[in-house]
Design a protein around this ligand. Sequence first.
Ligand SMILES: [Zn+2]
Length: 463
Amino acid sequence: MGRMVDHLVPGVTTLTPHARYYALHGLIAAQADAEDLTVPAAQTLLRRAEVALAAVSLAHHPQALEWLPRAHGVDALARRLHSGTVTMSEAEVPGKDGYVGNSWGFWTPYAGSEVALGILGAGPMPVPGPRLETAALRAGLGGLLELAAEDTLNVDDLAPFGDRLCVCVGGEHPDGAWLANLMCEPGAPAEAGSRSATRRQTIQLLARVVATHPVRYFTRDIGHVLAFGDFLTSDPVTSGIDTAGAWRGVVLRNYSVGAWRRLWSWLVEQVEGLVPIEEVADRFAAELPDMTVDAFLSSLPATQSTTGAPLPAEHDLRWVGDPLPLAELRVLATNARRVDELTGRVRDAFLGQRGVELGPEWVQRRLDEARPMKLRDVARRLTYDLVARSQRIALAKARRRADAPTRRRHIVVTDPAAPTGRAAVPDKPGGARRRRATAGPARDRPGHLRRTALPRPTLVGDQ
Ligand SMILES: [Zn+2]
């Protein structure tokens, strides 16, 4: 999904819900530039500011907000925050005892977006970019630098700062106005297909949905409107927004991604110690009704209204109360039916990268070919498919890590297609994967699964 989001809202990251950190990192860049800070000094300033922001945010609302996750680092700082005092020189140190592991604090997931938006320039440290407006940032967040310079923060004293500096109030302050302007670029030429036009369309789309629907949980409620019904095509505003179709496709596809994740988590939960794959496959099968795939497909709910609008079939299936493996298999099969129903941009976005395993087209083909078979046998086969994919991911990760010094990893790698059950054990940093038959009951055994050795089999292009 990450790639598609980058296409639809360039400069917006899916890795974090916090807009105020864009301003925070911009402020650090401005300050580091003004004071000609070295890299280590800029790192320290950034981390101290993040600690201050976390402390102020906790003081502002000790209970987590329903609509916004806590500020970065609050969990790691919890003990200090609840003691009432944060000693800055201890809390900001990156590592096991500090609030963060990385010497750049929580900057990394934002950096790409901040450069894309022109907040920062490219480089190994935050430097001011062409769209940085220091005055707006100082007006919005300036007090944070003073807090960051304190030796200790008393949580009780921080409450008055909450209305100005908390992660939840950015929208009401000059830095929020600056960021909104930056994202939407109301003065920019509305060239179709430009980054700012695409981003503006998405924000307009989301704003329109919020203005016309009751929204309690943003992601859930907005996603429902984007995916289903005829609002996107019938509403006078959204029907004119080009990117709306792509959003519909992305959100519909996400049901499939979510179904694979839940199914995989369930399969992994079945693994205690060393378990033969057949046993996991059998447990999956046992959760399913004794019927053919053909009958199973016929039992699925309608996915389209008489006027061709997508019906919320996947959403409703999760509320029926079926056991998880059955519910998610039905979501997958129902979702795959849309391959033949969607058209144009919606379909393009829904299909995503073509020809990949586990994608909607793959599911559709798999089930269609298996119509005469028993559903339970297909579930067993799917288990092997998922395990095989998980193992390929484990190997690819091990190879990617091969350059870096890594701890020795025991990964059970079995090849369900190989008659002798051979295993590949990636265990040599810097060395190529070695294929060999494993022996001995003390070691991981071919044809068996161990929970720690099971990376999630993601779809290509989805995170
Ligand atoms: Zn707050």
